[in-house]
Design a protein around this ligand. Structure first.
Ligand SMILES: Nc1nc2c(ncn2[C@@H]2O[C@H](COP(=O)(O)OP(=O)(O)O)[C@@H](O)[C@H]2O)c(=O)[nH]1
Ligand SMILES: [Mg+2]
Length: 321
């Protein structure tokens, strides 16, 4: 990692190049947003300031794809991104894969088909894998940080994450829209109902619809939804897709594009309080969390009082550290 001084001197140029979606510049800035060394918060704050001072700042939409390993998230993303970019010449997409097997999914995403159609020189598609912060593929404060950067550069940030444990709640806080990717299970109705999981998503993707049990699984999922979320089940879309044959992808892509084109972009700043609290717990454990809650008026109040996320980090570090 470069010294902080050299990044500080380079920052305006780096930000400028990142705005042109230069892959090297985007990568270097991401490293800054993943860096938890003291002194980096000020640099992040400067970078965000430069990005936000543009006449028309980008405010990308965050779409989350979550689901158990093997359900086809990476395969879907590799097709969806390429299709969307081919159909919309001004669109840009960044993929953030937070996955215990992220190396594998990175390989899959940049696999043959993608590479053939999109040479590495295609700046509108950016891929980054991030080591997950828990063994279970959880998101964490640094995923949040990277999203703060990427939403200012790309029209859409697609996050791939394994939906287990804490990361279920995290993805709902981070993404503007969450898709749960499921696969047919040979008629095992109960799998779909696993506590907690079914309450999170805005929409469901039943992938591998080329498999023989897909239709039965679809009906099981529909009735599971009716039981688990009776008041909204009518409105919960289920996309039946196959990343293998391409069936159902155009419907899913149309709905994703609709999300991306909605005015307003990402509501990420309203989520700062949640991820600040997670950061405090990660850095200072439960003692830090208790101090934040009891002595500083809680996360939302403290972030606001401090004048933003970076200032709150610096402030908390000097009080508690
Ligand atoms: N039959 C079938 N296989 C698929 C489909 N989508 C993905 N797969 C396969 O399922 C496995 C896991 O896919 P992957 O995209 O890595 O899943 P992830 O762990 O959710 O990212 C791979 O062997 C894929 O080739 C599909 O729609 N149909
Ligand atoms: Mg994957």
């Amino acid at each position: 990692m470069a010294s902080l001084d050299s990044i500080e001197q380079d920052l305006p140029r780096l930000v400028h190049e990142a705005q042109q979606l230069d892959k090297m510049a985007v990568s270097r800035l991401i490293s800054l947003f993943e860096d938890d060394r003291l002194g980096t918060a000020e640099l992040r704050s400067q970078a965000l300031g430069l990005l936000d001072s543009r006449p028309e700042p980008t405010s990308g939409t965050i779409l989350g794809l979550t689901g158990t390993p093997g359900s086809g998230k990476s395969s879907l993303l590799s097709r969806i991104t390429v299709d969307l970019l081919a159909a919309h010449s001004s669109l840009s997409i960044a993929v953030l894969a937070v996955d215990p097997s992220s190396q594998v999914s990175g390989g899959a995403l940049l696999g043959d088909r993608t590479r053939m159609r999109y040479l590495p020189s295609e700046n509108r598609l950016f891929f980054r894998s991030q080591a997950s912060q828990t063994d279970l593929g959880g998101l964490g404060p640094s995923s949040f940080q990277v999203c703060r950067l990427l939403t200012r550069l790309f029209d859409c940030v697609m996050i791939e994450t394994v939906g287990i444990g804490q990361s279920e709640a995290d993805i709902r806080h981070l993404a503007d829209r969450v898709y749960l990717v499921l696969q047919p299970l040979g008629g095992d109705e109960v799998q779909f109902l696993k506590a907690g999981i079914i309450e999170i998503p805005h929409a469901f993707i039943l992938n591998k619809s080329d498999e023989p049990t897909a239709l039965t699984s679809y009906h099981h999922l529909r009735s599971s939804l009716w039981l688990a979320r009776p008041f909204e089940s009518e409105d919960l879309p289920i996309f039946q897709t196959s990343a293998l044959t391409g069936v159902g992808l155009s419907e899913l892509e149309a709905e994703m594009l609709g999300q991306i084109q909605q005015p307003g972009g990402s509501g990420l700043t309203t989520r700062e309080a949640y991820f600040f609290d997670r950061w405090v717990h990660q850095e200072w454990g439960r003692a830090g969390g208790r101090y934040l809650a009891s002595q500083l008026g809680g996360s939302a109040a403290f972030v606001q009082q401090s004048g933003g996320y970076e200032a709150a980090q610096a402030g908390f570090s000097s009080i508690f550290g």
